[in-house]
Design a binder for this molecule. Structure first.
Ligand code: T1G
Length: 701
């Protein structure tokens, strides 16, 4: 069992002991009910304190148990909470650090709650595509009022205990402890103060009234607000229904409504995807051959080479985390420009009220600049973000090798170059790693950590820990052309071009994938990022990868100088100063002429074929990436595409989505595409990994 029982004087103490966050898995639930039985049977026990060991009171139901028999094995969470309510001796929840989801529902089943200040309190189930399923939608409104409770349930965001305790009329906390350190003693003292209360004298949340003075109007307003922000996500609106039920139904009926909805949401593709995302994001930080206890180097100062867009964005990540940054450039005006951009970014946040002036000043105080490599000699981590050309990288890394202290980590932000070649410019390849940020680097969550053949395990462990500190989702990639994300988007872009050749328009392709859920289709994306970027890569590839077939439309577009928004025209036309993509007659004519030149008779292409060819191209390349050992887990590939390339979160990523469609069906579609003479038959052979999984009736793990 993962809960301890002991008696202190005449108070029984039940402590959850299921690290890391006291998830309410089966063993913990048994531990609680077992403790309650002992306390009930012991005449010396006059009151009970329920608390959590370690860094949480409880982080809620055990997400990793979902979908397994253990999740509903008795005593399930509802039964445990009913056992708390049925206790004839007062039960005081001693809440600290983290009290979330089922953990908060557990606490609301107790008679009293004492909280430490600074506790993060939340019902975050909606972020998993669920709603609170153990009474949260029925009890929280009774304790905090309908509106506060609904806001917490629909947002899933954490609120600090001291803020909740300060709300007028709140009944969630009976007492706020003087400090986190005094919580346990304060809870014990509170337990003593309510000893002797029994039966109806013990307050049950279920007996509290739950009303809203203008219920119908409020819930209609709430529905309109929530519907607008929860497109593609069914759970938020269900949260509104459940809280409304709490104001209109008897408690047990409201509980039945909540349970019915919870179980239904549990099996929605959106919730399955969001739970996959929760696990995959945390699994990405675990590198199979790098033990969790690998010693990490201390990173207390960072050097950044290059004050351009990337260098500036990268620097901000560390400044935001309170880590001093020294930026090096070749010329003072480049430094001044870079610092001015950082300042402008922060000032914009201050103006929007997203950043306090004091914080802004604090961060800028951590920033320094230099024109002299020698001033980086004490940096613990130096990240190069200079022009994407191997010769330039060579110069930089030879300098870094000369000046950096022993043990400094030397990272390149390269997005396409070979990290092993860069490492070979130094005498310390074990200290060299790729840290591929995505533009804008201070915004995009994804960080591809590119592992060279000689990159040290402690370097990897250190960079993964630093990534967490700067709030990035880090995924380890091996060395190959394009690493994970760009290697996949290469195939996606090829398919987009072939679809134009065969009869689709840029707006039809974009609309189809945006309807699927992508933030932006390939052609609008090209116009935003700059079509010349792909053009340069194709030119480089023409020599290195002559086998790679492309539609020529993109090159022809670039030959007209139509690089996208930055040139006022790309796949679409743009009015001056505007970003609205307007279908372009020039592009339509270019494509039509191209088809004639190639002798192609255009055909009608369905949105379904467009989506399948674009999404399955990611799946097939992702499978090859796994086969090549470039990524170690399919969840890592999902994380890359979800956090760096706009794949819809509620579909869980390309590999997860393929599992949902069924790998057999995906493979059959690929075989159909392989028969298309305009397409690349060799690419559409289902990857051997997919063929094996289909043959064995398995999925991507
Ligand atoms: N279940 C299982 N494992 C969990 C977990 C959970 N609820 N929460 C965290 N972990 C693991 C996580 O996977 C990682 O382990 C480790 O703990 C540290 O997590 C009926 C049905 C609590 C704020 O949604 O928000 O209750 O993967 O890196 O940054 O209504 O974890 O590395 O081995 O995130 O300090 C509702 C989810 C569940 C809370 C701590 N609860 N967790 O953040 O650590 S559904 C949640 C979090 C529910 C009831 C319903 C955060 C945290 P590993 P971490 P952290």
């Amino acid at each position: 069992m993962t809960a301890e029982y002991k008696v202190i004087g005449d108070v029984a103490v039940i402590t959850l002991t299921n690290p890391p966050v006291n998830g309410l898995g089966y063993a913990t639930r048994v531990g609680i009910t077992d403790g309650l039985s002992k306390a009930a049977a012991d005449p010396a026990v006059k009151a009970i304190v329920l608390t959590g060991a370690g860094k949480a009171f409880s982080g809620g139901a055990d997400i990793k148990e979902f979908g397994t028999p253990k999740a509903i094995q008795e005593p399930n969470l509802l039964s445990v909470i009913r056992a708390l309510e049925a206790s004839d001796k007062p039960i005081v929840a001693a809440i600290h650090s983290v009290c979330m989801g089922g953990g908060l529902e557990l606490a609301m089943g107790c008679h009293y709650r004492v909280a430490a200040p600074g506790t993060s309190v939340a019902l975050p189930e909606v972020k998993l595509g669920l709603l609170p399923g153990a009474g949260g939608t029925q009890r929280l409104p009774r304790l905090l009022g309908v509106e506060t409770a609904l806001n917490m349930i629909v947002s899933g965001e954490a609120v600090k205990s001291e803020l909740l305790a300060s709300l007028p009329g709140q009944k969630l906390f009976d007492k706020l402890a003087t400090s986190p350190e005094s919580l346990f003693d304060d809870a014990l003292a509170f337990a003593k103060s309510v000893m002797g209360k029994t039966g109806d004298a013990l307050p049950l949340v279920r007996n509290l009234p739950c009303k809203h003075p203008q219920g119908d109007a409020y819930f209609q307003f709430a529905r309109n607000m929530v519907a607008g922000m929860s497109k593609n996500y069914p759970a938020p609106l269900k949260c509104v229904d459940a809280v409304e039920a709490a104001t209109k139904m008897k408690f047990e009926d409201g509980m039945a409504e909540e349970r019915k909805t919870f179980m239904a949401l549990m099996f929605t593709p959106e919730s399955i995807a969001l739970r996959h995302l929760f696990v995959a994001e945390r699994a990405a930080s675990r590198i199979p051959d790098v033990p969790e206890d690998t010693p990490k180097r201390t990173i207390q100062s960072v050097g950044v080479i290059g004050a351009g867009t990337m260098g500036g964005g990268i620097s901000m990540n560390f400044l935001n985390a309170g880590i001093p940054v020294k930026i090096l450039e070749m010329k003072q005006e480049a430094l001044d420009r870079g610092v001015a951009t950082i300042r402008k970014n922060y000032e914009a946040q201050v103006k929007k009220g997203k950043l306090k002036q004091a914080k802004y000043d604090e961060r800028m105080a951590l920033l320094s600049t230099t024109l002299n490599y020698d001033e980086l000699k004490d940096a613990d981590l130096i990240i190069e973000a200079v022009f994407e050309e191997l010769g330039v990288k060579e110069k930089v890394f030879k300098e870094l090798d000369r000046i950096a202290k022993p043990g400094a980590i030397l990272a390149s932000n390269t997005s396409t170059l070979d990290v092993d070649k860069i490492a070979a410019f130094t005498k310390r390849p074990q200290d060299v790693v790729g840290m591929h940020f995505f533009s804008p680097a201070n915004v995009m969550k994804l960080l591809e950590v590119v592992r060279g053949k000689q990159t040290g395990k402690d370097v990897l462990a250190t960079v993964m820990a630093v990534a967490k500190k700067i709030k990035k989702t880090a995924v380890v990639s091996g060395v190959c052309d394009g690493f994970i994300g760009n290697r996949m988007i290469e195939q996606y872009s090829r398919q987009a071009g072939f679809l134009l050749d065969e009869g689709a328009t840029p707006q039809q392709v974009d609309r189809a994938v945006e309807k699927f859920g992508f933030a932006m289709g390939p052609f609008r994306m090209g116009d935003l990022a700059g079509n010349d970027i792909g053009w340069a890569i194709r030119k480089r590839r023409a020599t290195e990868r002559a086998d790679m077939k492309y539609s020529k439309t993109a090159d022809k577009l670039c030959e007209l100088g139509r690089f996208g928004q930055k040139t006022g025209a790309g796949w679409y036309d743009y009015l001056p100063g505007k970003r609205d993509a307007i279908p372009s007659p020039v592009v339509a004519e270019l494509i039509e002429k191209h088809r004639k030149d190639e002798g192609i008779t255009p055909r009608k292409i369905s949105d379904e074929e467009i989506v399948q060819r674009l999404v399955y191209s990611l799946v097939n390349e992702g499978a090859h990436i796994l086969e090549d050992g470039i990524a170690s887990k399919s969840g890592d590939i999902d994380m890359v595409y979800l956090t760096g390339y706009g794949f819809p979160l509620w579909r869980g990523g390309p590999m997860h989505y393929a599992n949902q469609v069924g790998l057999y069906n995906v493979a059959e579609a690929m075989k159909r595409f392989a028969k298309n003479p305009r397409d690349d038959a060799s690419f559409w052979q289902p990857a051997p990994l997919i063929q094996t999984l289909v043959a064995e009736g398995k999925q991507f793990s």
